[in-house]
Design a protein around this ligand. Sequence first.
Ligand SMILES: [Fe+2]
Length: 324
Amino acid sequence: MNEKPRHDLATTGNLEALYPALAERCLTAGWHKARPSLWPTPRGAFHPRHWRYSEARLAMDLAGEWIGTELAERRNLLTFNPVGDNDYATARTLVSAYQMIKPGEHARAHRHTPNALRVVLDAGPGLYTVVDGVRLPMCPGDVLLTPNWTWHSHYNDGPDCAYWIDMLDVPLVHLLEPMFFEPHPDEYQATTSTPDESPYRFTQAAAEASLAQMAPGADGCRKLVLDSQTHMPTMALSFTSVPEHATLHLPRSTANRILAVSGGRGRAQVGDLSFEWARGDLFVVPSWTACRIEAEAATLLFQASDEPVLRALGFHREESPVRA
Ligand SMILES: [Fe+2]
């Protein structure tokens, strides 16, 4: 494609004439740009947001009548943040989704550079994931990892529909652009082992046992950081137990956080958004947003955050929580 003729820079007689001549050359004057490029404190575009499992489950049950895994690579509902024309990301670097798989369905194997994890909500026996040939059971409360470039596929050989939450760092990969994706050449991968334990599987029972042995903080809450970062270096994963009637304050942080309610119910204030939450719900705490969580029943929260990315780059900052 030939370049269009341009105004002669040498004959522009004043600044107002210079600007369009610069724009033709994809140059902009730093003193004349439309938007600031620096600001005193983070002003994230993403909003606090809450999604109800009860609604997502109903919608997936309906969709399950009309779309099968042979048509959809995955039958999932993405929890997108309504900012600009975004219809995918939940936070700047992270996305979450609800997913459902019906009895007898098998979701094809694929691999991709984004890291992914699942938090199982409701499932009967016979639900499992295969990661690089290793068969991992998917039981309610389990957290399963499918790290960067591992083959993964999901199977429901049981009698019940199964529901889980996916969390991935796809928006971070979109920002940095190292996206690769590959369907498995045989559509499904062979199972090569069925171990009792795996570094890719964290059970809720084991997490609760570890939490019970920890000393609670002054607020009564306990936080267990999962040993996952050697496999998935872009995300920090944790469980936090919040006793009945206790309040958890999450300090304002440059990290983006998505929380899934593994059990319990209560209220939350995330930035200027106030809502009631229940088991299976998801909510996003975007960068530099204050969060207060009040448990009306004993609660277990799962959290994924991009904190390791911020720390690795020297961008992590955190405020002390403001006690209300
Ligand atoms: Fe995947």
